[in-house]
Design a protein around this ligand. Structure first.
Ligand code: GLC
Length: 753
């Protein structure tokens, strides 16, 4: 194949090469018939096939083919289930092959920095490890059908406000640990055919024009070997973008981008070899798809609809349940709210699917509940009479189930939310019903957290998220216990918007300051020990699980090694159910724990299962700007086995044996504390501190308080300050600095051997 492509490129004209680097129309790439290069099509994703035969658009305005709408990113992330994501990816891959789509534009894996981001429904999590692992599984599933994917939007596109021109401003550690990690995981674990670069800038540079992001990191460091495609309309300076590593401009720019490339080659501003490389990457994918044509599959919408409902069942999160759910189909149940008939199952914008068939929980219920609308689907209140009727209907039943959630206009691509409230009509009705009906359950349909002022007044809350076209059947099965909820929150539900980490900075404008750094989501709330409505990883079941025997496959881990963490979990209840064991590790640089791994398994009543989760050094490392690399600061870390970020069941310590260390680059401004921390200069510095201590105390006993104070002060002394404190002459300090420098160099030489 490689030779064939090189041969084709050798025959292409400059115009054909430049033309290959931008779209023919909204969804298709150009063909070169004389050379046998076919036209291929791409389409959105991520949770269904939005293929447009006629007029195309990137905002989901014009029509698209009928397709199955699977649960959105917010929902599938709550499954914490790699196998499920791979399964769903496989279904989408089948549909793409059947419809002649070469690349599905997804998964969307930007981190949920603020609950207000309009596209959070499409994204997976506030945690980069969870997002990366689940996205990698989805990519694997799609690509096994020889259809490509496009993890998006690389990177730090965490809001809709001014998404095409704003700059996400952050330090390197935040960028690496929070906003790049999910992409790194997907690229390394599942080799996506393409990556979609984002609209925004990072630290003042358009991502689509950043050689460091698109080539140094994405390709050279992580090994990405597909093509980079721009977000639609994102390209500004075409020649600079191509040089940076942005191969394909989509959709097109009326030929101006192509002309810029041709011009630049002709006037020597662009090496034609760079253009050839981009063309080669694009042709690799075109032919990889085209040559696999024999794999074309049929897809059966009815069958896939059933799968969509199956997936939705495994995503829903039971947030609260005070012995109300599951219900008996014999009890007198009232369904309140329009979402019982027409559930909100997806979000607005480029991911909006022309759903094959949507079944509401009311239609799915075999026991024909009573029904009252109670409020309008768009959030507006109904008449007093209709509200009264809804309250009466709820009151006269044994149980009231209120199907609530965010209306379409509250969250969508294109703009962010300005608050975290449900419509007043819903909050008021829920409160009214809870007053007269103690057996009230709320079923939520939303893509991002909401405040719940009525939470103490209702007995149960089941979050379906945006559960796709099968969410009504799924809700029915979960409400009556035909299925046991097993979802866990992939994001924190805070008590109030003001509590959120980036509340003071969001959404920013020309520059968006990520001043919360790595303190995103649960990291922030845990570091500040703040109360939240529902924590990251939270989710109830109709049964209970008991944890025991947290063990490691080894008592220490060194660079390049992995350890297996095992936990025994027993189902101590009467319901079969799935438990997700979450493994966290403590941070050396911050006051929080981080998710390091997870595993979900089904356990029968009374049964005990072993959960094994593999950790590598990245489970303990943090990005160290001194080293410009991942680094383990401590030599002992605590590993936690948990049911959620706030429900720690077991913990155990593990030794770290890293050979990595950082260059101190000893100089006159290096402090004694830094010298004491570095293995190369630790011993010599301890001796110096002892000498200084003796000089100060002049042999007298000093109190512990004074000793602590002196030590604290000494550790922050730069070498250059010692003469001014009478500890040494300028010459002696120059000698000491040279000595420390020599010690470090000797140590680093030994390390780098
Ligand atoms: C949109 C979205 C992107 C989508 C593309 C094509 O603007 O940002 O996620 O894949 O354009 O519709």
């Amino acid at each position: 194949m490689k030779e064939k492509i090189k041969e084709i490129i050798g025959k292409m004209t400059l115009e054909e090469k430049a033309g290959m680097c931008s779209g023919q129309d909204t969804w298709r790439l150009k063909s070169v018939d004389r050379l046998g290069i076919p036209t291929v099509m791409v389409a959105d994703g991520p949770h269904g096939l939005r293929k447009q035969e006629a007029k195309g658009d990137n905002l989901g305005i014009y029509d698209s083919i009928k397709a199955v709408c699977f649960p959105a990113g917010c929902a599938v992330a709550a499954s914490f289930d790699k196998e499920l994501l791979e399964f769903m990816g496989g279904l989408l891959g089948e549909e793409c092959r059947a419809e002649g789509v070469s690349v599905l534009l997804g998964p969307a894996i930007n981190i949920k920095r603020s609950p207000l981001c309009g596209r959070n429904f499409e994204y997976l999590s506030e945690d980069p490890l969870l997002a990366g692992i689940l996205a990698a599984a989805y990519v694997k599933g799609v690509q096994k059908h020889e259809v490509g994917t496009s993890p998006k939007h690389y990177a730090a596109n965490n809001q809709e406000h001014r998404r095409m021109t704003s700059s996400s401003e952050m330090n390197e550690r935040t960028l690496r640990e929070i906003y790049l990690t999910a992409f790194e995981t997907v690229v390394k674990e599942s080799k996506p055919w393409t990556v979609m670069s984002s609209y925004n800038k990072i630290n003042g540079e358009y991502v689509g024009e950043s050689y460091r992001l698109l080539t140094d990191i994405l390709r050279n460091e992580w090994g990405f070997d597909g093509f980079v495609v721009s977000d639609w309309g994102a390209v500004d300076l075409r020649v600079q973008a191509l040089k940076a590593g942005l191969d394909l401009e989509m959709p097109y720019s009326d030929g101006s981008g192509d002309r810029d490339l041709i011009e630049a080659v002709k006037n020597g501003k662009l090496d034609e070899a760079v253009l050839d490389k981009a063309v080669e990457r694009i042709l690799n994918i075109i032919f990889r798809y085209a040559d696999a044509r024999g794999k074309d599959a049929e897809f059966d919408c009815e069958k896939h609809h059933g799968y969509a409902a199956h997936i939705a069942k495994k995503c829903a999160v039971l947030l609260k349940n005070e012995n109300l759910l599951p219900l008996s189909r014999k009890s007198k149940v009232a369904y309140i709210g329009p979402y019982a008939q027409k559930p909100r199952f997806q979000g607005g914008g480029s991911s909006h699917i022309n759903a094959h068939k949507v079944v509401g929980a009311y239609e799915a219920a075999s026991n024909t509940p009573a029904y009252a609308q109670g409020f309008a689907a768009d959030g507006k209140p109904l008449s007093e009479e209709e509200i009264k009727l809804a309250v009466e209907t709820a009151k006269n039943a044994d149980v009231a189930v209120i199907f609530a959630g965010l209306p379409d206009s509250y969250e969508t691509e294109g703009y962010d939310r300005s608050h975290m409230r449900l419509p007043d009509s819903q909050n008021e009705l829920i409160a009214k019903i809870a007053e007269v009906q103690p057996n009230t359950a709320v079923v939520l349909h939303l893509g991002s957290p909401v405040e719940m002022p009525w939470i103490d007044k209702v007995a149960a809350v089941l979050n379906m998220y945006l559960g796709g076209e099968g969410c009504g059947e799924a809700a029915d099965a979960l409400i009556y216990g035909d299925a046991n909820p097993s979802g866990r929150l992939p994001e924190t539900f805070p008590l109030r918007l003001e509590d959120t980490p980036c509340y003071l900075d969001f959404p920013g404008d020309e520059k968006v300051y990520y001043s919360e750094g790595t303190h995103v989501g649960y990291r922030y709330y845990d570091a500040k020990n703040m109360e939240v409505l529902f924590p990251f990883g939270h989710g109830l079941s109709y049964t209970d699980f008991e944890y025991s025997d947290l063990e490691f496959s080894a008592d220490k881990i060194s660079d390049g090694e992995k350890i297996t963490v095992s936990v025994q979990v027993k189902n101590t209840g009467n319901f079969e159910g799935e438990e997700t064991v979450q493994i966290y590790t403590d941070s050396a640089q911050n006051k929080y724990r981080r998710l390091a791994g997870f595993k979900k398994q089904n356990i029968k009543p009374g049964e005990t299962k072993t959960f094994e989760i593999e950790l590598d050094m990245r489970a303990f490392e943090e990005f160290d700007e001194r080293l410009s690399d991942w680094f383990c600061e401590k030599d002992v870390y605590t590993v936690y086995a948990a049911h959620s970020s706030r429900d720690i069941r077991l913990e155990k310590q593990i030794k770290i044996n890293t050979t990595k260390t950082f260059n101190l680059n000893v100089n006159r401004n290096t402090t004694l504390g830094q010298l004491l921390d570095h293995p190369a200069t630790k011993e010599a510095t301890s001796a110096l501190l002892a000498k200084m201590g003796a000089a100060v105390s002049k042999g007298e006993e000093v109190s512990e308080e004074v000793r602590q104070m002196l030590r604290g002060m000494a550790l922050s002394l730069p070498l250059r300050s010692l003469p001014s404190l009478g500890f040494a002459s300028r010459e002696q300090i120059d000698g000491l600095t040279a000595q420390m420098k020599a010690l470090e160099e000797k140590f680093m030489q030994k390390e780098n051997k």
